[in-house]
Design a protein around this ligand. Structure first.
Ligand code: GUN
Ligand code: ZN
Length: 428
């Protein structure tokens, strides 16, 4: 047994639904007990030290022991093209993304980028990622192999696309089905890995391919399905052209069985009222990608309105359309987008989104994203005074949220003092 000492915060309710005062409990001198990869106990440090006199103790002082961050939408193959200048979505895909993704049939390239990716995200305190891979099965093998070597709980899948992409990056309806099925059988449920059925988005799949992936999902209803929806106006108009019979963008997915409680819809910025209502009705998840939405110029996600409607929402980097690997930077962008949209998010709401909220969007909040006993021991230990600029501001803080907010707005990997995954220390 291991006892980690530091500040802790636990949420007893969703801070978007309940008044803040009642939903978060702060322990100034807290302890998290971990054993066999699980969190087994939580409480005041003095109590747990007395209760477990034999435990090995690591004292993180004033640092905050948090659940590891959960990044609910990313593209690990875009690691090396992050921060590519000057394009909007469709041109950005054609100019930067597709040429780079074309290289992932080479297992050595895929392995190298997967290693770099997990080095970067774990240094940033992220312990769960949900990634699109490329059309190549090799890209999926590289992703899951690198994650398993680090003991991480990750999700991902082969990105399927059989039109409107270079020849080097197209599969077919049949090969998308066959390869996805083989990868699902190989990886889903192995170690801490989960397969996600992954049609890239409506414009790059034929109706036949969407139909095949809808069938695969119906045959494997316990896996998640991820795709993109309503990110940019040009994209939405293109979908209307390609699928003239569909009522709207969401209806394209619905016609092929690609909607349900396990659906993860990335971006979801420009949804119609019908789409919002329908997504809420089926309890599908929306994934907010704020740095990406600013970087590619996509628009302002309506967090306030969608949360009020009761949507299930996760937070994500969308690396490399997003401009950072860090969920701290992503929380900051979510705050800024909230300000522009007239809904300033409280630091408790931001922190909840990056941990339990994202886990809830993945239907995994019983396993990750919280400090609850019975959860898996994936943790990020956060130094709340990691730079001079942050420290001098945090010194004025009157409560824990004022102490955390400067790190949300100005923090980076220097704030990540330690990372634990599956009960083992990955970074210290
Ligand atoms: N829509 C379809 N593919 C992508 C992608 O790779 N990134 C983003 N941001 N949007 C997409
Ligand atoms: Zn994406």
């Amino acid at each position: 047994m291991h006892l980690l000492l530091g500040q802790t915060i636990t949420f007893s309710a969703d801070p978007f639904k309940e008044p803040l005062a009642g939903c978060a409990k702060h322990e100034r001198r807290g302890a998290v007990a971990i054993d066999g990869g699980m969190i087994t106990d939580l409480g005041p440090a003095d109590d747990l030290r007395t209760k477990y006199p034999q435990a090995q103790v690591t004292d993180y002082g004033d640092a905050l022991i948090s659940p590891g961050f959960v990044d609910a939408h990313a593209h690990y193959p875009q690691t090396a093209i992050i921060a590519s200048w000057g394009k909007r979505l469709i041109d950005w895909l054609n100019s930067y993304t597709f040429p780079e993704e074309s290289r992932f049939g080479d297992p050595a390239h895929a392995a190298e980028i997967a290693e770099t990716y997990f080095d970067l995200v774990t240094a940033a305190g992220t312990t769960t990622t949900v990634s699109y891979c490329t059309i190549h099965p090799e890209s999926v093998d590289a992703y899951f192999t690198a994650a398993a070597a680090r003991g991480l709980r990750v999700l991902g899948g082969k990105t399927c696309m059989d039109r409107n992409a270079p020849d080097t990056l197209q599969d077919t309806a049949q090969s998308a089905y066959d390869d996805s099925k083989a990868l699902l059988d190989r990886w889903h449920g192995r170690d801490r890995l989960s397969y996600v059925i992954t049609p890239r988005f409506a414009p790059t799949s034929t109706p036949e391919q969407l139909d095949a992936l809808g069938a695969l999902w119906a045959e494997n209803p316990d896996v998640l399905m991820q795709t993109h929806i309503s990110e940019q106006h040009e994209e939405i108009a293109w979908v209307a052209d390609l699928f003239p019979d569909a009522k709207d963008y969401l209806d394209v997915y619905e016609r092929f069985g690609l909607i349900g409680p396990g659906a993860l819809f990335g971006h979801a910025i420009h949804l119609t009222d019908r789409e919002r209502d329908r997504i809420r009705e089926v309890d599908a998840s929306l994934i907010h990608c704020p740095t990406s939405n600013l970087f590619i110029g996509s628009g302002l996600f309506d967090m306030g309105g969608l949360m009020e409607q009761g949507h299930r929402i996760g937070l994500a980097t969308d690396t490399g359309g997003g401009s950072s690997f860090s969920m701290l930077r992503t929380m900051a962008a979510a705050y800024e987008v909230g300000q522009l949209a007239g809904t300033p998010l409280h630091p408790a709401q931001l922190w909840w989104l990056a941990t339990e909220g994202s886990a809830h969007a993945l239907h995994m909040a019983d396993r990750i994203g919280t400090l609850a006993p019975g959860s898996e021991a994936d943790l990020a230990v956060i130094d709340l005074s990691s730079t001079h600029a942050i420290a001098q501001r945090a010194a004025r803080a009157e409560d824990i949220w004022q102490a955390i907010f400067p790190t949300i707005m100005m923090g980076d990997d220097r704030a990540i003092k330690a990372v634990w995954a599956n009960g083992s220390c990955l970074k210290s």
